[in-house]
Design a protein around this ligand. Structure first.
Ligand code: ADP
Length: 251
């Protein structure tokens, strides 16, 4: 459903995304995993047309995001939880988006209910906690009842109950046949939510695998992930260049 081919993005001397190729299938939760700064957000921004690639392309159902008619009905995304006008209520934010995308007004109350914000819907979104802002962002992504969901670090700011809730929500959306693509830098959290994995480091593909396959590669899932990503974290390359050993006995 999501196809990325040779995707590349440079910011000055930094190659944030470097010839990335992978596919995300419908019907499962796919985790997009990599250390901080490995290019996950930049990749997601290019998939939904917020950033222009220097090379390669990203397609959703065979088309570029900008070629999709009524994209909110096809693809729901959460990239920055605080991307709403702070003075507006949560309900007003969703109502404005529903109106401009010709979605039925009743959908606003449906998504508020799904994310558990019905009580807080009348309050100014700028006063929401990070967890509540995250829930509003998820409501926004769900507004158009899309078949594809792209969520950048959706667990950020959620409390343990919220994390558990999001996990079951994402799994049930995938079970309905939707494509669910979520990023995280935390393998342990990801393993509880995703079944398929795309692992990147320094903008390059390290593995397209599954949680089961990856955990079979080492004594634990965490060990396997660290082995895969060792040498591609920014602080390690920094340490090498400057001759430090931040990690103690770096082997
Ligand atoms: P991740 O989401 O995996 O943490 P990002 O995609 O945010 O990684 O960043 C990848 C790299 O690109 C980092 O080195 C980051 O500093 C750089 N980068 C991202 N966005 C910009 C930007 N707008 N301008 C300059 N550099 C950027």
């Amino acid at each position: 459903m999501i196809e990325v081919r040779g995707l590349t993005k440079r910011y000055g001397p930094t190659t944030a995304v470097d010839g990335l190729t992978f596919e995300v299938a419908p019907g499962t939760v796919t985790g997009f995993l990599g250390p901080n700064g490995s290019g996950k957000s930049t990749t997601m921004r290019m998939i939904i047309g917020l950033d222009r690639p220097d090379a390669g392309q990203a397609r959703i159902g065979g088309r570029g995001y900008r070629e999709l008619g009524w994209p909110l009905r096809r693809v729901g995304s959460l990239l920055d939880a605080r991307s709403f006008q702070p003075g507006r209520s949560g309900r007003a934010h969703l109502a404005a988006l529903a109106a401009s995308n010709r979605l039925p007004a009743r959908r606003v109350d449906e998504v508020l209910d799904i994310v558990g914000l019905t009580q807080a819907a009348g309050r100014r979104a700028g006063k929401y906690s990070l967890g509540m802002a995250q829930r509003l962002g998820i409501a926004t992504a769900l507004l158009g009842d899309p078949e594809v969901l792209i969520l950048d670090e959706p667990v950020n700011g959620l409390d343990p109950e919220g994390i558990r809730w999001l996990r079951s929500l994402l799994r049930s959306l995938a079970a309905e046949g939707r494509t669910v693509f979520i990023s995280s830098h935390l393998i342990a959290e990801m393993a509880l939510t995703a079944t398929d994995l795309i692992v990147i480091g320094q903008g390059r593909l390290l593995a397209q695998t599954t949680v089961a396959e990856l955990s079979a590669q080492s004594t634990s899932l965490e060990e396997a992930f660290l082995a895969l990503t060792s040498g591609v974290t920014d602080y390690e390359s920094h340490a090498r260049e400057h001759g430090h050993h931040y990690l103690g006995s770096a082997s």
